[in-house]
Structure formats: structure tokens, C-alpha cells
Design a protein around this ligand. Structure first.
Ligand code: SDX
Length: 428
């Protein structure tokens, strides 16, 4: 513990404890501030606020570093697979060979959903956005699996966690199949996680489906890149929902709802739409001008980040993966990729973006890869949700298992009307 910081409010001096982490900025513990000084801190976008202590993921935004339980994302993406990353995020260490085999076996054998779930989808219009289907279906899981909703039972927490990680790709594939009017495809236990997902999305009953191992490996890596990311908006939503004791399925549904926003997980869909709208490199300057125009709400989607003030390490890996996928698919020059590369080149040399430290983020290239793989833009954020489910679960469990856990209940700066008396209708 570092020396406390003393702040003076009016005539009162208050010592605020300073806590140091293993890496990263120290924090000022302001828990007693209101009781002792009658004031709140004010930080609406949480730009300077740590909402919790965590041991799961660490980001150094200035250096462009991302660590899952201390391991650099570049090494995990290069040498590991997604289920190994899931084990790491949930348990804190890389699995032994036996632990990995057991974890893979248990996840693989929980990938089917209750058959009644299939009827649940019939209530949607075929053109419903798959994210709407995901929010509803995942929220409904607590109605099917109410034997794993007691958040205070460690066994039920483990069962719910495994069910979520195992079933989220199946539900996502069902949302896609329903959207395109094709029959649902059941998971196959002899396929790895990413291969199973590709098959459940793209196989049809009329012919055998052969998984392309290069695409499966690329998708598995994309899942690793999206697995967790500290206290981002959707993770904070899951933690806040979980702090009330809500069941894990409801908490994950809340996270999916938050992720959908274009400023967050919806940016991959928005970025691809933007690149398609730009169309050709000669139209880039007009869009850069719009992004810089204070009076224009337009932003370069897939650019900028609250934490990264350097290149998002995930975007670098995504760009390399995109080149692998395009080469595997025999795509010599993808016009969207050409526009993206040129947009990045121009933006990174433009003083506006340099001064504001705006770099491509994880969403800038992902849409081009997913489109090349055959996914429609409406499925991009769904895939983000599939990958982020393990991060939400790991963070939710860390919160629930914290002995000091309390319901999250922020205060406010009230600027509305002071007390006033009711005026009868006849006197208004
Ligand atoms: C994700 O939090 C996470 O970790 C999220 C995520 C994860 O893994 O969970 O990394 C996933 O959500 C990535 C981000 C995806 N979103 C986008 O790509 C949408 C476009 N980006 C912006 O909306 C924005 O950059 C945010 C939302 C990502 C960050 O917003 P901040 O931190 O609140 O930054 P800001 O809006 O205060 O912007 C700071 C300045 C502003 O200018 P000034 O008011 O200071 O003059 O930079 C400008 C902004 O206008 N700016 C941009 C811009 N992003 C910020 N200008 C043009 N284009 C952009 N993309």
C-alpha cells in the first residue's frame, strides 16, 4: 500500500488510501469520501475510474499491450487455441495436457441446446437481426437450465459457465440459419470449437460439408482476440447485472445487448458498411474530412479506443489473419481490404488522428475477414459475442466470488428541479 493522498474539502482534510496493482496505474480508494466529506466524485464515462480489482486481463493502452492472465495476446494467438484461452481466463493458468483434454471434452459435450429452444426461434421474423435473437435466446436459457442459476452455489456456477461457453456457438449458428431460412445444423463432437461453428453455420443437409482448416484456424484466432478486454462497456454491464444476484444467463444476455452498440461490438458491422460506402480509395479524403468535422456525428468506425492510444495489438494480428484468409480463398485483391489499408495509411499520417491518438482497433479489419469467410454483416457482432462470452463469464465469476462483493449502485450530480409543491390542474 502506498502513502495515502490527502485532499482538502472546505476546512476538512481527508486521507485517501492509494492501492498499487501488480502492473499499471495506482488507484485512489474513495470509498469513504462521501461519508467523510459529503461529496461524490464525478466521472460519467469512467475515463479515470477503476470499477473493480481484477486479475484477469491487463491492457497498457500507451504501449499497445494486451495480457490475458499475464500472457501476451500475440503468443496466445500464435501458439494456443480458443478453448485453451477459455481455460486460462476461467482458471488463471494455462492447462496441462490432461486438463486441456478434459476441458475440451466437457465443452464439446455440452454444445447441444434443449430441443425446445428450436421452437423459441419460430417467434421471430426471418429478417430479425441475429443480435436480437441472441439477446432473447440467451436470456431465455435460464428458463431451460434453471438447475444452474443459483449464483451462490459454486457447482451451479461452474455448470452454467460450461453451458454458456459450449452453447453460445450453437445458438449463434441457429440465429444465422433461421435468418437465412435454412435448417438448423447440430454440432458434431469430432470437430473442434471453430470448425464446429463453421459447419453449424454453413453445412446444408443436401451435401457433406468439409471444414477448411485454414479458415477454422483463422476463426479460432479471431475468437482468442475477442475473448476478454478488462472492464469494457459490455463486461461492466455483465458485472453490474451480476452484482444484483441475477442469474448468469440473464447477465450474459445483458452483455450481448450492450455489445450490440456501434460504439462497441457493433463497430465491426459498422466498419464494413463504412468501407463499402467509401467503395474506392479516391473517396477516402471526403470521409476523413467528415470524421474530423466537429459538426458531423460521423466517425471512422473501427478507429479509436478509450484505452489504446497506440495501435490495438489485436488489429495487427487481425490484419495478418486477413491476408492468410484472402490467400487461402484465392482472393488476389479485395477492394475492401485495399480501401482499409489506404484509409489506415492516410488516417495515421493525418495530424487530427495523430494528435488524438486514433488507431485502428480490433473492429477495423475483422469485418473484411468475416465477409470473406461468408458471414453476412449482421453476424459480425454475433461472432464477437460468441468469443466474448468466456470473458464475461470469467469476469462475472470473479465478481461473484469476491467476498467483498456488493450491489453496484452509482450516485449522481442532480441538476433537476429542487423540491416544489404540486399545482392543481385548474391553477396551471
Ligand atoms: C470495442 O472498451 C473496449 O475495450 C472495447 C473493445 C473490447 O474489446 O471490448 O475494445 C471493443 O468496442 C472497440 C471500439 C469499437 N468502436 C469503434 O470503432 C467506433 C468508433 N470509435 C469511437 O466511437 C471512439 O473512438 C470510441 C467509442 C471507441 C472511444 O470513445 P472515447 O474513448 O469516449 O473517445 P472520445 O469519443 O472521447 O473521442 C476522443 C476524441 C473526440 O474528439 P474531441 O471531442 O476530443 O475533439 O477523438 C475523436 C472524438 O471526436 N474520435 C474520433 C473517433 N474516435 C474518437 N474521431 C473520428 N473517428 C473516430 N473513430
Amino acid at each position: 500500500m502506498n502513502a495515502p493522498v490527502t485532499i482538502k474539502i472546505g476546512e476538512k482534510s481527508i486521507d485517501l488510501p492509494v492501492k498499487a496493482g501488480s502492473v499499471g496505474p495506482d488507484v485512489l480508494d474513495i470509498g469513504k469520501l462521501y461519508a467523510e466529506a459529503g461529496v461524490f466524485t464525478f466521472d460519467p464515462g469512467f475515463t479515470s475510474t477503476a470499477s473493480t480489482e481484477s486479475k484477469i486481463t491487463y491492457i497498457d493502452g500507451d504501449a499497445g499491450v494486451l495480457l490475458y492472465r499475464g500472457y501476451p495476446i500475440e503468443q496466445l494467438a500464435e501458439h494456443g487455441d480458443f478453448l485453451e484461452t477459455c481455460y486460462l481466463l476461467l482458471n488463471g493458468d494455462l492447462p496441462s495436457a490432461a486438463q486441456k483434454a478434459d476441458f475440451d471434452y466437457r465443452v464439446t459435450r455440452h454444445t447441444m441446446v434443449h430441443e425446445q429452444m428450436a421452437r423459441f426461434f419460430q417467434g421471430f421474423r426471418r429478417d430479425a437481426h441475429p443480435m436480437a435473437v441472441m439477446v432473447a435466446s440467451v436470456g431465455a436459457l435460464s428458463a431451460f437450465y434453471n438447475d444452474s442459476t443459483d449464483v451462490h452455489d459454486p457447482h451451479q456456477r461452474m455448470v452454467a459457465s460450461m453451458r454458456m461457453i459450449a452453447k453460445i456457438p450453437t445458438i449463434a449458428a441457429m440465429a444465422y440459419k433461421y435468418n437465412v431460412g435454412q435448417p438448423f445444423v447440430y454440432p458434431k463432437n469430432d470437430l473442434d470449437y471453430a470448425s464446429n461453428f463453421l459447419r453449424m453455420c454453413f453445412a446444408v443437409p443436401c451435401e457433406d460439408y468439409k471444414v477448411n482448416p485454414v479458415l477454422a484456424r483463422a476463426l479460432d484466432r479471431i475468437f482468442i482476440l475477442h475473448a476478454d478486454h478488462e472492464q469494457n462497456a459490455s463486461t461492466s454491464t455483465v458485472r453490474l447485472a451480476g452484482s444484483s444476484g441475477a442469474n448468469p444467463f440473464a447477465c450474459i444476455a445483458a452483455g450481448i445487448a450492450c455489445l450490440w452498440g456501434p460504439a462497441h461490438g457493433g463497430a465491426n458491422e459498422a466498419a464494413l458498411k463504412m468501407l463499402s460506402e467509401i467503395g474506392t480509395p479516391d473517396r477516402i479524403p471526403a470521409f476523413i474530412a467528415k470524421a474530423k468535422d466537429k459538426n458531423d456525428p460521423f466517425r471512422l468506425m473501427g478507429f479509436g479506443h478509450r484505452v489504446y492510444k497506440n495501435y490495438d495489438p489485436r488489429a495487427k494480428i487481425m490484419q495478418r489473419t486477413l491476408q492468410e484468409v484472402l490467400s487461402e480463398l484465392g482472393v488476389k485483391d479485395d477492394p475492401l481490404f485495399d480501401v482499409a489499408l489506404e484509409l489506415e495509411r492516410i488516417a495515421l499520417s493525418d495530424p487530427y488522428f495523430v494528435e488524438k491518438k486514433l488507431y485502428p482497433n480490433v473492429d477495423f479489419y475483422s469485418g473484411i475477414i468475416l465477409k470473406a469467410m461468408g458471414f453476412p454483416t449482421t453476424m459480425f457482432t454475433v461472432l464477437f459475442a460468441v468469443a466474448r462470452t468466456v470473458g464475461w463469464i470469467a469476469q462475472w465469476r470473479e465478481m461473484i466470488e469476491d467476498p467483498g462483493q456488493r450491489i453496484g449502485r452509482p450516485r449522481q450530480l442532480y441538476t433537476g428541479a429542487p423540491r416544489r409543491d404540486y399545482v392543481p390542474l385548474g391553477k396551471r
